[in-house]
Design a protein around this ligand. Structure first.
Ligand code: PLP
Length: 353
C-alpha cells in the first residue's frame, strides 16, 4: 500500500486544536517529492525563475497530450481567471456566469468594467440541486457577451454538469464568445457521467480549460495553475502575462508533483472515501447535503446556520459561511481527514439541531 512517508500526523499536530474546513485545501499535504524539490530549489533563490516555465509546460504537455504552446501558466488559476476578463471583456462587454458560480467570476468581470449577467441556477429540488442551468446560461448570452465562465465541478455547490450537457453547452456557445471551463476540482471528480472539457479544446478555438495545483495536488501555498486553450488564444494571454508570474518554488513543486501519480491517487481515494462517509453521516443527522464531486460539501442547516457555525468555531471547527453567496441557510464544509471529520461530527452533535 502506498505510504507518503511524511508527517501528515505532524502537520495535524501543528494545527491540533483547529479543524480548518473553510478553504477547500487538501488536508493530506503535498507529495514528498514536491517538498524535496522545493527544498532543492531554495539553493537557487537568488536566481530568477524560468520565465517560460518550460519544464513544467513539458510535463503538462506529456500529461495531457497537448502542445506546450497551448498551455498558459498562472500564479494560481485565480490569476488567469482574472486576466481572461481583463483581456477579452471590459466596459461595454457582457460576462455571463451562473448564480452560485465561483465567486472569482464576478470579481473578474467587475474589475474589468464589464456588465455581469447572472444565469439562474437550477432549483434546490432539481436532480442537480443549485447546479448550472445550461439553458439559462445560453439565454443569458447577448450579442455583447465576450466571455462565459463555468466551474465544473462547481464551487460552492460541489455539483457538476454531466458529460452530455457539457458537450451540448460547449457546442451552443457562439464561436465569438470565449468559454472558460474552470476545472479546479477536476482531478477529484470520479462520477461516471463527469467529463473534463480538455479534449474539446482541440477543436474549439473559443474554449479554455483551467486547472490548479492547489486542490488535488495540495500545493495551494506555492500558487500555480494553468490554462489549456487554442494556441492563438494562449499567445494573446502570453503578451499580457508578467514574465515571472510563477515563482521558482511553484515551478519545482508542480513539476515534481505531476510525476508522483501514486500520491495523487492516494489523495483522491482518501477524499472520495471521506466525501462519501461525511455525506452519509450528515444525512443520517437529518442534514440535507448536495451531491459533490469535489473536496467539500454544501450542507443545509436551515435558519440556525449562523448560530451553528459560531458554536462550531467555539469548538475549534471552521466552516465557510455562505451568506455572501446568497445561500444563508447553507455552510460549505471542506472534507477533512477521517480524524478531522470525526471532530466535526462530534462538535456538530453538541450543537445540532
Ligand atoms: N476555481 C475554483 C472553482 C476554486 O474553488 C478555486 C479555489 O478555491 C480556484 C479556482 C482558485 O484556485 P487557485 O487560484 O488556488 O488555483
Amino acid at each position: 500500500a502506498y505510504d507518503p512517508g511524511h508527517d501528515v500526523a505532524g502537520m495535524r499536530e501543528r494545527t491540533q486544536w483547529l479543524v480548518e474546513l473553510g478553504s477547500n485545501e487538501n488536508p493530506y499535504g503535498p507529495s514528498p517529492v514536491a517538498r524535496a524539490a522545493v527544498l532543492d530549489a531554495l539553493h537557487l533563490m537568488h536566481r530568477y525563475p524560468d520565465p517560460r516555465g518550460a519544464r513544467l509546460k513539458a510535463a503538462l504537455s506529456n500529461r495531457h497530450g497537448v502542445e506546450p504552446e497551448r498551455i498558459l501558466l498562472g500564479n494560481g488559476s485565480h490569476e488567469l481567471l482574472m486576466q481572461f476578463a481583463q483581456v477579452f471583456a471590459g466596459p461595454g462587454a457582457d460576462v455571463v456566469y451562473s448564480q452560485y458560480g465561483f465567486a472569482v467570476f464576478a470579481l473578474a468581470a467587475g474589475a474589468s468594467g464589464a456588465t455581469c449577467r447572472v444565469a439562474a441556477a437550477l432549483a434546490p429540488d432539481a436532480t442537480m440541486p443549485l447546479g448550472h442551468d445550461v439553458e439559462a446560461l445560453l439565454r443569458a448570452i447577448t450579442p455583447s457577451t465576450r466571455l462565459v465562465y463555468i466551474a465544473n465541478p462547481n464551487n460552492p455547490t460541489g455539483t457538476w454538469l454531466d458529460r452530455d450537457s457539457l458537450a451540448r453547452f460547449v457546442d451552443a456557445v457562439p464561436a465569438d464568445v470565449i468559454l472558460v471551463v474552470d476545472e479546479a476540482y477536476g482531478e477529484l471528480a470520479d462520477a461516471h457521467n463527469y467529463a473534463s472539457a480538455l479534449t474539446l479544446t482541440k477543436s474549439r478555438p473559443n474554449l479554455v480549460v483551467t486547472r490548479t495545483f492547489s486542490k488535488a495536488y495540495a500545493l495551494a501555498g506555492v500558487r500555480c495553475g494553468y490554462a489549456i486553450a487554442a494556441e492563438g488564444l494562449v499567445a494573446v494571454m502570453e503578451r499580457v502575462r508578467e514574465s515571472f508570474n510563477v515563482n521558482a518554488f511553484a515551478l519545482a513543486a508542480c513539476e515534481a508533483a505531476l510525476a508522483d501519480e501514486a500520491h495523487l491517487a492516494w489523495c483522491r481515494e482518501r477524499n472520495a472515501e471521506q466525501r462519501s462517509a461525511l455525506t452519509t453521516a450528515l444525512r443520517q443527522r437529518g442534514i440535507a447535503v448536495l451531491p459533490s464531486q469535489t473536496n467539500f460539501v454544501l450542507a443545509h442547516f436551515g435558519e440556525r446556520t449562523g448560530a451553528i457555525e459560531a458554536a462550531l468555531v467555539e469548538r475549534g471547527v471552521v466552516l465557510r459561511p455562505m451568506a455572501g453567496y446568497g445561500l444563508p441557510d447553507y455552510s460549505r464544509i471542506t472534507i477533512g481527514t477521517a480524524d478531522e471529520n470525526r471532530r466535526l461530527l462530534a462538535a456538530l452533535d453538541e450543537v445540532f439541531p
